[in-house]
Design a binder for this molecule. Sequence first.
Ligand code: FE2
Length: 209
Amino acid sequence: MNKVIHCAVRRDLSRFRAALESFQDGDRARAAGLHRAWENFDDQLTHHHEGEHEIAWPALLAVGVGQDTIDRFDDEHEAMASALAESRTAMGALAGSASRADADSAASSLAKLEEVTVTHLDAEEQVTEPLFAEHHDHPVVKEMGRKFGKQPLGVAGTFFAWVQDGAGPAEMTALRDEVPAPVVTLLPLLFGRRYRKEIAPVWATSGSH
Ligand SMILES: [Fe+2]
């Protein structure tokens, strides 16, 4: 599941890169659409990393990860949070002006965000993927999955709509291995309406997939 989320994060970052590169000066509708997609991305990444700090780190410590590794992950999260804040300001400016100049500065903020984020996601996967596979049935790992699963239906609906938007076959298989099929299919349909109506079309028209 963590890998599926990471794929969605990487996918959005590259979609923003392409969209900002091809942004046409004065295209207010596109600027507004990108800002809606940005707000969702910002929420998802913030929520994911706050959740890791509270829920995943205790599980990692319990299956043998050292405190030094956790501290390094926390430092990387802080670097991401500050790059995220800078990008939030830049995307807000673009939403206000719809100018090519603001698309350029948003692109340079997001390039920094992408660099620190991808570096962190790669480092985290190297440590956690083999461990979670090895300790899949460990009570602490199962408990972690249950805690991550507890969220309001609206939040879960948006989340499942987002991770599936543009997902390839490998991610869909991984998702269905972890989550019952009705949840994967029905949550976005019933509770992910806002994502499907207001954000998915932003990417559908960008020619990114
Ligand atoms: Fe992380």
